[in-house]
Design a binder for this molecule. Structure first.
Ligand code: NAP
Length: 277
C-alpha cells in the first residue's frame, strides 16, 4: 500500500534542508508518511503539477529556486497575501485534487521577528528580491511607523512594495541613507554575508550603532548561522534572530498543512543542532 508523502522541488535541489526538517518531525511524531527532494527543471512545472494532481498520496510540495514565481499561475487558487506577493513556496493538494498555492515564508519571517511590536515600529529592509517581497507582504497591514528599503535597484523595491500594497521609502544601498537612525528592526533579505557571496558592506555594520537600543536585527542568511551582521548586532547588545528561525518557521506551517498535525516545536534545539552539524 502506498503512503502519503510531500516533497520539495527545485533546480538544483540536493542542497535543500527541507527533507531533513520534515523527516525529523515525521519520525518524532511517528507519522507513517514520506518527504523527499524531487528535481524539477525550468519548464517542467505544468507537467509536474498535472502528474501530482492525479496522485492522491501526494499531500503537496515546498517550492524553491527557481520555481517560486513560475508555479503561481499553475495553482488553481492562491491565498490573498500570496497572490499579492506573486511567489508560492508551498503547494497543498486539496481533497478534490485542486492545488492551493501559499507562501509560508511569511510565517517564517513572522516567527523570526516575533519579539518586535510592528505597530508603530521603524523598519529597515535590505534587498528587494523574492524574500524581501515576503517581508513586504507581511508588513503591508501592520501599521509600521516607517519602512525604509535599501536596494541596489530602488525602482525594483518600489514596484515590489506597490504590488504587495506596502507604503515604504526606497533608498539606494549606500552609506548615510539615514535609514538606520532610531530604527527598531533591521531585516537582511539579501545574500550578502552568505558563504560564497559578497560580505555585508562595512557601512551597514557601522550604522547599526544608530538603531534604537532595544532593536532586533534579523538575518535571513543561515549559512553561516552567525553572520557578520548578527555578530556586530550582538556586540552592541542588540537582539538578533537568525535564518534558521525563519527556515524552521516556514517549514512548520507547511508540515501542518501537509500532514494535519503541528510539528513538535519543543524539539527545535535538537533540530537546529542536526541542521548545523
Ligand atoms: P533574490 O530574489 O535573488 O534577491 C536578492 C536580493 O539581494 C536582491 O534584491 C538583490 O538586489 C540583492 N543583492 C544581491 N547582491 C547585492 C549587493 N551586492 N548589494 C546590494 N544588494 C544585493 O534572493 P531571495 O530569494 O530573495 O533570497 C535572499 C536571501 O534570503 C538569500 O540569502 C536566501 O538564502 C535568504 N532566504 C532565507 C530563507 C530562510 O528560510 N532563512 C528563505 C528565503 C530566502 P537586486 O534586486 O538589485 O538584484
Amino acid at each position: 500500500m502506498s503512503k502519503p508523502y510531500a516533497e520539495v522541488i527545485g533546480d538544483p535541489i540536493t542542497h535543500s534542508k527541507s527533507p531533513t526538517i520534515h523527516g525529523f518531525w515525521l519520525k518524532k511524531l511517528g507519522i507513517d508518511a514520506g518527504y523527499r527532494a524531487y528535481h524539477v527543471r525550468p519548464g517542467e512545472i505544468p507537467d509536474y503539477c498535472d502528474m501530482r494532481r492525479r496522485d492522491p498520496d501526494w499531500r503537496g510540495c515546498n517550492v524553491t529556486i527557481p520555481h517560486k514565481e513560475a508555479i503561481a499561475p499553475v495553482c488553481d487558487t492562491l491565498e490573498p497575501a500570496t497572490a499579492r506577493l506573486g511567489a508560492v513556496n508551498t503547494v497543498i493538494r486539496q481533497v478534490d485534487g485542486t492545488l492551493l498555492g501559499t507562501n509560508t515564508d511569511i510565517d517564517g519571517i513572522e516567527a523570526a521577528i516575533a519579539g518586535v511590536e510592528l505597530q508603530g515600529a521603524r523598519v529597515v529592509v535590505l534587498g528587494a528580491g523574492g524574500a524581501a517581497r515576503a517581508v513586504f507582504a507581511l508588513l503591508a497591514n501592520k501599521w509600521c511607523a516607517s519602512v525604509k528599503v535599501l536596494a541596489r535597484t530602488p525602482e525594483k523595491a518600489e514596484r515590489a512594495a506597490r504590488e504587495c500594497k506596502l507604503k515604504m521609502k526606497a533608498l539606494p544601498f549606500t552609506a548615510r541613507s539615514g535609514a538606520f537612525k532610531g530604527a527598531d528592526l533591521v531585516i537582511n533579505a539579501t545574500q550578502l554575508g552568505m558563504t560564497g557571496q559578497q560580505p555585508m558592506p562595512a557601512f551597514v555594520l557601522e550604522e547599526l550603532k544608530q538603531l534604537s537600543p532595544g532593536a532586533l536585527v534579523f538575518d535571513m542568511v543561515y549559512a553561516p548561522l552567525e553572520t557578520e551582521l548578527l555578530k556586530a548586532a550582538r556586540d552592541q547588545g542588540l537582539r538578533t534572530s537568525d535564518g534558521l528561525v525563519m527556515l524552521i518557521g516556514q517549514a512548520a506551517t507547511a508540515f501542518e498543512r501537509f500532514f494535519g498535525q503541528p510539528p513538535p516545536r519543543d524539539c527545535d534545539d535538537e533540530l537546529r543542532a542536526m541542521l548545523t552539524a
